[in-house]
Design a protein around this ligand. Sequence first.
Ligand SMILES: O=P(O)(O)OC[C@H]1O[C@H](O[C@H]2O[C@H](CO)[C@@H](O)[C@H](O)[C@H]2O)[C@H](O)[C@@H](O)[C@@H]1O
Length: 272
Amino acid sequence: MATPRAPLRFTEAVSATVSESTKSGFFFDFDGTIAPIMRDPAAVLPVAGAVERLRVLAELVGRVAVVSARPAAFLRDRFADVPHVSLFGLYGMQSVVDGRVRTAAEAGAWAPVIGRVAADAARDLPGEVLVEDKALLVALHYRAVPSLRGAVERWASAKAAELGLREQYGRMVVELRPPIECDKGTVVEREAETLTRAWYFGDDLSDGRAFDVLRGREERDPAFLGVRVAVANGETGDELARRADFTIDAPEDTPAMLDHVIRAFPAAPYAG
Ligand SMILES: O=P(O)(O)OC[C@H]1O[C@H](O[C@H]2O[C@H](CO)[C@@H](O)[C@H](O)[C@H]2O)[C@H](O)[C@@H](O)[C@@H]1O
């Protein structure tokens, strides 16, 4: 049985990271973590200072990555200025390699099914539900009318059963995605394999998988330190926050927290 760890102190987490900088990594969810929550998903940009902090961190540690349910091309547009930040989109089904989007072959095979789901959703669901067709995944947003949640979830469950898709619940959204073994946890597990410290910042239910992976790695490897940071919000409930080492109140607070980390590095390029 794993021995419960004493609560991690922030200064402890930072100094452990500084002491093994090249084997440390920082992983970030996008929406709700380093970007604000807005009605229109297409209009969202990173919060002020986030891109700059990621750029600086990438000069100080072994790995910095964004791990998101957004398409990789969407991420590439927003992080074009930070080529040393790795980008993983659609829960890891896509990544950006040398500026080009790479899609897992098994995911690509589901594109026609997903296209059909997007068309069916636009036809069947009330017009207030925003159908976000992401080519390999469909997001059904009920933010405009939260009372439509039940109708959207029932429709998505029936469609998932009919077509063999997976459901992913999120902040006022249900997503239908291919049934392949790929999520934020699998991305972090693979990308943190050679690291001894890994931080994960997230706000939503799908980020729990990454938290789990860091916890599992710590239990198998006592030399490994996982640091879980939750961006608290009433929509996700407190489940993620309860499993986090540290909690912040809003995506706008992420850059300030990163400044505390960055300033601890003797080689930090700016005083914050
Ligand atoms: O993995 P993430 O980067 O956190 O992406 C999760 C979903 O984020 C977006 O939806 C959420 O943010 C929207 C914009 O603020 C908001 O309108 C929506 O209610 C949220 O659920 C994105 O649109 C989805 O495709 C992502 O799956």
